[in-house]
Design a protein around this ligand. Structure first.
Ligand code: AMP
Length: 615
C-alpha cells in the first residue's frame, strides 16, 4: 500500500510518489507524465479521461468537461461571468450549487464528481504502474482557494476512493520540490499553466511557509497562446483555400492539436513545420482534398502572442507590491507550469527581475531562477514529498502552511470581527468572548465569515448556526458567549459557541461549505466503485482506440511523404487499412478494431522491409 501526491491542475494533472526516498512522476497508461484534466461522457455511455477526452472535445463539446477546477466549491453567483460562455452547460441546483449538465448520460454532475474521475484515473494509473494498492494522497490547491473550495477538493478525493492526508498550497508544494524549505528565504513562484496564471510570494522560515501575497489572472494560460496560433492558422488556411474550416469539426480538432504541438516545438526550435495532409478530405465545394503545410517561426509566435506575454508582467508587480517587497528582496524565483518553458516568458521574468538590479551583481540566471525540476511536475513532486513526510517515510519536520484568509463572525453593525487572522500557521485554535445585545436575548445567530474586508457584505459567508436556550439575564447584565475557531492542517474549520455560565454549546464543522453532504458523497463513492470494473474494459478499448488513431494519423502522414517512392498498390492498400481503422473506431468493438490495427501494422512492416531492400 502506498501514497501519491496529486497536482490537480486546471488544464493538466500530474501524479507522483516517493520510491526509495526519491520523488518521481508516475507516467499515465498512455505513457505521458501529464494528464489533461478533461473528462468526457460519450453517447455510447463511455467515460473518457485525459488525452482520450481531449482528442474528441471538438466533436463532443456539450459532454466534454474541462477547466472544472474553476467551479469546484463555488456557488453559481461566485463564478466569473466569462466562464458562462463555455461549450457545456452549467446550471445550479436549489441550494445555488453548481451542476454540470451532461446530455450524453442525461444527468447532471457536481464539479466534485467530475474532478473525482480525473483523480481516479491518476490513481488507477499509479496502481498499475507501481503494481501496488494506492490508498492515500496529498492533493494540491491554489493558495487563494477558500474553505469551501478546499473542502470540495477533499470530497473529490474521497469520491475517487482515496484517503486525503492533506491538501497543500500549490506554491508551497513547488517550493518544497525545489528543496526551498531548508533555508530561510523569500521566494516568488511564477506559475503559468494551461488555463491560469498565479504569482505567489512566500516566506519560508523554520519549515513554515507563509504566503505573503498571491495574485494572478484566472483567465490567462498556455491555452490562450494556442488559441491565438489557431486563429492565425485558420485565417491563412481559410483565405488560401476559400473554405471555412470551422465547418469541419474533425479538421479543426487536428488543427488544434497541431497548434499546441507547434507551440511546444517553438520552445526549443526557432521554427517549426505544421504539416496536416488531407486536413479536409471532402470539401463542401466538391473540390480536391485540402492540405495544410506551413512554417511558423518563433518570431511570428511571439508577435501574435505579444499581448499575452505582456499581461504576465502586472501580476508580478502587484504581488511584490502586496507583499511590500522589492525584487532585490527575492532569494529565488521558481518557475511552475508548462507555459514557463516559452522562451519569451523566461525573457520577461528576466527583464522584470533585472530591470531593477544592477546586472553585474547577479548575471547568472541559475542563481535566482530555479528551474532544476520540470516546471509542469514541481507541484506534484512537492505533494508527493509532503505525503512522504506525513507517512513517516521522509525524515523531515512537518511542513506547515498558513491560513490564506481571515476568519471571523458577524457582529453588530454588520461588521466582521476577525477571530483567526490570515497567515496564521495551521493548525490553530483561537477564541473570543462576545456578549448578547439585550438581557432578554435567548438565542444568537452565528454567521461565520472569511475575507479581509471590514463589512459583512464584502466578505464570504461560509456557515451559519444558532446557539439557543441562553438563560435570560438581569437587566444590567448580559450573557457571555465564547466563540472558538479550530482550524486543522487542511484549513478546515470547526466553530463552537458556548454560553459561559451554563456551558450550553453548539458547533458546526464548516463542511457545509462543500456543495455535497456526506450521504451524497457516499453514494458517489459507491457509484464510482460500481463502475470501476466496467471502466477497466472501457479503458482497454479506449487505449486501443487512441493507439490506433494516433498510428493511423502518423502513418497517413508518412505514406503521403513516401508516395513518390512507393508503388501505387502498396500505397492504396495502406490507405485502405487506415480507412478501415477509421470505419471501425465508432463501433467500439475491441476485436474488430484490434484486427484492423494489426493489419495496418503488418502492412507498414512489410513496406519497411521492401524499402530497406530497395536501398
Ligand atoms: P500545466 O498546466 O502546468 O501542465 O501547463 C500546461 C500548459 O503548458 C499547456 O498549455 C501546454 O501546452 C503548455 N506547455 C507544455 N510544455 C510546453 C513547452 N515545452 N513549451 C510551451 N508550452 C508548453
Amino acid at each position: 500500500m502506498t501514497y501519491i501526491g496529486i497536482d490537480l491542475g486546471t488544464t493538466n494533472s500530474v501524479v507522483a510518489t516517493i520510491k526509495d526516498g526519491i520523488p518521481y512522476v508516475i507516467p499515465n497508461s498512455e505513457g505521458s507524465r501529464t494528464t489533461p484534466s478533461i473528462v468526457a461522457y460519450t453517447k455510447n455511455q463511455k467515460i473518457l479521461v485525459g488525452k482520450l477526452a481531449k482528442r474528441q472535445s471538438v466533436i463532443n463539446p456539450k459532454n466534454t468537461f474541462f477547466s472544472i477546477k474553476r467551479f469546484i466549491g463555488l456557488r453559481k453567483n461566485e463564478i466569473d461571468t466569462q466562464l458562462k460562455k463555455l461549450p457545456y452547460d452549467i446550471i445550479e441546483d436549489s441550494n445555488n450549487n453548481i451542476k454540470i449538465k451532461c446530455p450524453a448520460f442525461n444527468t447532471v454532475f457536481s464539479p466534485e464528481e467530475i474532478s473525482a474521475q480525473i483523480i481516479r484515473k491518476l490513481t488507477d494509473d499509479a496502481k498499475l504502474h507501481l503494481n501496488e494498492e494506492v490508498t492515500k494522497a496529498v492533493i494540491t490547491i491554489p493558495a487563494y482557494f477558500n474553505a469551501s473550495q478546499r473542502q470540495a477538493t477533499i470530497d473529490a478525493g474521497k469520491i475517487a476512493g482515496l484517503e486525503i492526508l492533506r491538501i497543500i498550497n500549490e506554491p508551497t508544494a513547488a517550493s518544497l520540490a525545489y528543496g526551498l524549505d531548508k533555508k530561510n528565504k523569500t521566494i516568488l513562484v511564477f506559475d503559468l499553466g494551461g488555463g491560469t496564471f498565479d504569482v505567489s510570494i512566500l516566506d519560508v522560515s523554520d519549515n513554515v511557509f507563509e504566503v505573503l501575497a498571491t495574485t494572478g489572472d484566472v483567465n490567462l494560460g498556455g491555452d490562450d497562446f494556442d488559441k491565438n496560433l489557431i486563429s492565425w492558422l485558420i485565417d491563412i488556411f481559410n483565405k488560401k483555400e476559400n473554405l471555412n474550416i470551422l465547418d469541419y469539426p474533425k479538421s479543426l480538432q487536428r488543427l488544434t492539436e497541431a497548434a499546441e504541438q507547434a507551440k511546444i516545438q517553438l520552445s526549443t526550435h526557432e521554427e517549426t513545420e505544421i504539416s496536416l495532409p488531407f486536413l479536409i478530405t471532402k470539401p463542401k465545394d466538391g473540390g480536391e482534398p485540402r492540405h495544410l503545410n506551413l512554417t511558423v517561426t518563433r518570431k511570428i509566435f511571439e508577435k501574435i502572442n505579444n499581448d499575452l506575454i505582456n499581461r504576465c508582467k502586472k501580476p508580478v508587480e502587484q504581488a511584490l507590491l502586496d507583499a511590500k517587497l522589492d525584487v532585490s528582496d527575492l532569494d529565488d524565483v521558481v518557475l511552475v507550469g508548462g507555459s514557463t518553458r516559452i522562451p519569451a516568458i523566461k525573457e520577461l521574468i528576466r527583464s522584470i527581475i533585472f530591470e531593477k538590479l544592477d546586472e553585474s551583481i547577479n548575471p547568472d540566471e541559475s542563481v535566482w531562477l530555479n528551474n532544476s525540476i520540470n516546471p509542469d511536475e514541481a507541484v506534484a513532486i512537492g505533494a508527493a514529498l509532503q505525503a512522504g513526510i506525513l507517512a513517516g517515510d521522509l525524515k523531515q519536520m512537518l511542513l506547515l502552511d498558513v491560513t490564506p484568509l481571515s476568519l471571523g463572525v458577524e457582529t453588530i453593525g454588520e461588521v466582521m470581527t476577525k477571530i483567526i487572522n490570515r497567515n496564521t500557521t495551521v493548525p490553530a485554535s483561537r477564541f473570543k468572548t462576545f456578549i448578547t445585545s439585550s438581557h432578554l436575548q435567548r438565542s444568537v445567530e452565528i454567521n461565520v465569515l472569511q475575507g479581509e474586508r471590514e463589512f459583512v457584505k464584502d466578505n464570504q459567508l461560509i456557515g451559519s448556526f444558532y446557539l439557543n436556550d441562553i438563560p435570560t439575564q438581569t437587566e444590567d447584565s448580559r450573557a457571555q458567549i465564547d466563540i472558538t475557531f479550530d482550524i486543522n492542517e487542511n484549513g478546515i474549520l470547526e466553530v463552537k459557541a458556548q454560553e459561559k455560565k451554563t456551558k450550553r454549546h453548539t458547533a458546526i464543522l464548516i463542511e457545509n461549505t462543500s456543495t455535497l453532504d456526506d450521504t451524497m458523497i457516499q453514494s458517489m463513492v459507491n457509484d464510482a466503485e460500481k463502475y470501476a470494473e466496467q471502466d477497466k474494459e472501457k479503458r482497454k478499448l479506449a487505449e486501443l482506440s487512441t493507439q490506433a488513431t494516433v498510428y493511423a494519423d502518423d502513418m497517413e502522414k508518412e505514406i503521403e511523404l513516401l508516395k513518390p517512392t512507393i508503388n501505387r498498390y502498396d500505397f492504396l492498400q495502406i490507405k485502405k487499412a487506415i480507412q478501415q481503422i477509421r470505419n471501425d473506431l465508432p463501433s467500439n468493438n475491441f476485436k474488430t478494431l484490434k484486427s484492423s490495427y494489426d493489419e495496418l501494422i503488418r502492412l507498414i512492416n512489410l513496406l519497411k522491409i521492401k524499402l530497406k531492400k530497395k536501398n
